[in-house]
Design a protein around this ligand. Structure first.
Ligand code: ATP
Ligand code: MN
Length: 475
């Protein structure tokens, strides 16, 4: 019977016959095959008595070869593994030219592996990252289902161009060489959908419509932003989770966000022990090459537990602004961007100071100046701030952005006017406020940002299988 390596490693070895199928990591001394099948970060050692096999077969076993091995499971005498397989049968599926195979049994740089993204999942590091990614995705559905949320799928092609969340990719079937014109402008009435359409930057507005009927909903789908930000935290195509809840105010919203993050991190702390241990070791070795003052003080699992075990710090924008201003005044920290006027947007350096230096834990900032946030966020009684919240994480910055939504038609219309948002296009969004409106709230979590944090990796391009970024849509 074919078993996964993950399953075999749990068996009591007593000479039973097992079959494994996978890819050769390494073949040493014409005798020891180190085999991996993607089910676990651990390889299984298969011991070949080369005299009992055809030389042609033995020659074909190199790094990258795909192979089926049958043999007896025994206790290993060697160090480094508890069990091993004494091989009785070998079947080669696909050979692999050892000189040309990019994934050699040694450590490769992440840059090199990005150029070989079609094969990088065969490395222990990317295997571990992608298994953790998969488990996190499972945990997200599990959490919301247990909390009685309904999963909704919002459109990927949209004609809402008023959300202001980011630059959008246009979707069109018009011929760029000969577009239909009307008075010298492209006539989008002749386009596929008879209007301008784009890839979605957020499913929030549609999710709101569903929350006002199903009660508690969440989306989990691809999101596209054509922003030209070449950072280690931005992708042009990423996955976003957007819960939206009827009858939730901002505080309920923040409570849910904290509970949610802790749940999914806790889930992988329990379910991904081997992968986390492997990554912790791999990244720790990397840290040792850095200058002392740039090293991460906390190891990966310790860092995850720290987030799970501590209450997130909650601070209003105004309070955070005071902290930053005082800190600049007392010359505790020199910021590139001045902290001068209340209402300014915090830059990444400010957020990082608050999270990594001042509070030293995840921070939730709430009640932002109304002009700096989107039109749909609920105006507070002070009429200068909105019921918005951002969750900021060490090393990453913003991981969640959310708010209580404006449910009062008159005020929403005022805000749409102020922001120049088309009331005509969003007639349906307004109508939600005319027929049975309720207070409601929601937030967006960038999936890759939480995978980044959970795996301890430092570049978002390394936590999605095939990253899309400015100037790069390879594979
Ligand atoms: P940032 O300021 O980091 O660009 P944002 O304010 O544009 O974020 P939102 O529009 O609030 O973010 O989106 C919600 C969440 O989606 C963010 O908190 C973040 O986790 C994630 N996110 C936003 N843009 C990207 C991106 N380009 N790549 C990956 N994740 C993103
Ligand atoms: Mn952005």
């Amino acid at each position: 019977m074919t078993l996964l390596i993950k399953e075999i490693l749990k068996l009591q070895p007593k000479n039973q016959l097992v079959t494994v199928k996978g890819w050769v990591k390494n073949f040493r001394a014409n005798k020891f095959v180190s085999l991996n099948d993607g089910s676990t970060v651990q390889n299984i050692q298969c011991v070949i008595d080369f005299e009992s096999f055809d030389e042609f077969i033995i020659k074909k076993i190199t790094s990258g070869t795909s192979i089926s091995i049958k043999g007896k499971l025994v206790n290993s005498l060697g160090s480094g593994q508890d069990v091993e397989i004494l091989v009785t049968n070998i079947k080669i599926y696909g050979e692999s030219n050892a000189d040309k195979y990019p994934i050699q049994p040694k450590k490769h740089s992440f840059e090199f592996l990005r150029e070989n993204a079609h094969l990088r999942v065969r490395t222990s590091t990317f295997g571990a990252i992608m298994r953790i990614r998969s488990k996190l995705s499972y945990a997200i559905h599990k959490f919301f289902q247990e909390e009685n949320f309904q999963y909704v799928n919002t459109p990927i092609i949209t004609s809402n161009d008023a959300e202001g969340a980011g630059e959008m990719f246009r979707v069109t079937t018009l011929d760029p060489k000969f577009p239909p014109l009307e008075q010298n402008n492209v006539d989008f009435k002749k386009d596929f959908f008879s209007k301008k359409t784009h890839l979605t930057v957020s499913g929030q507005l549609e999710a709101e419509s569903y929350a006002l009927g199903l009660g508690k909903v969440y989306t989990f789908g691809p999101t596209f932003r054509a922003e030209n930000s070449n950072t280690t935290r931005h992708l042009s195509e990423f996955w976003m989770i957007e819960p939206e809840m009827a009858f939730f105010d901002l505080e309920d919203n923040i409570n849910l966000a904290e509970k949610f993050i802790k749940y999914i991190l806790n889930f992988i702390i329990e379910e991904c022990v081997d992968d986390l241990n492997f990554l912790e070791q791999r990244l720790f070795n990397e840290e040792k090459n850095k200058p002392k003052n740039e090293r991460n003080e906390m190891k990966l699992i310790e860092k995850l537990k720290f987030v799970v075990d501590n209450k997130f710090e909650r601070v209003s924008y105004s309070k955070a602004f005071e902290i930053l201003k005082n800190c600049a005044k007392n010359k505790k920290k020199k910021f590139e961007f001045l902290v001068n006027d209340w209402g300014m947007d915090f830059q990444s350096e400010h957020e990082r100071y608050l999270v990594e230096k001042h509070f030293n834990k995840p921070v939730v900032i709430f009640d932002y100046p109304s002009q700096s946030k989107a039109f749909y966020m609920r105006l507070n009684d002070d009429e200068t701030t909105v019921a918005a919240m951002d969750v900021l994480f060490p090393g990453i910055g913003e991981i969640i952005g959310g708010s209580q939504r404006e449910e009062r038609l008159k005020i929403l219309e005022n805000r749409m006017n102020q922001f120049g948002v088309s009331k005509k296009d969003l007639w349906w969004y307004k109508e939600l406020r005319s027929f049975g409106t309720v207070p409601h709230s929601g937030f967006g979590l960038g999936f890759e940002r939480i995978v980044l944090f959970a795996t301890g990796m430092s570049n978002i391009r390394d936590v999605i299988p095939f990253p899309r970024t400015p100037n790069n849509a390879l594979f």
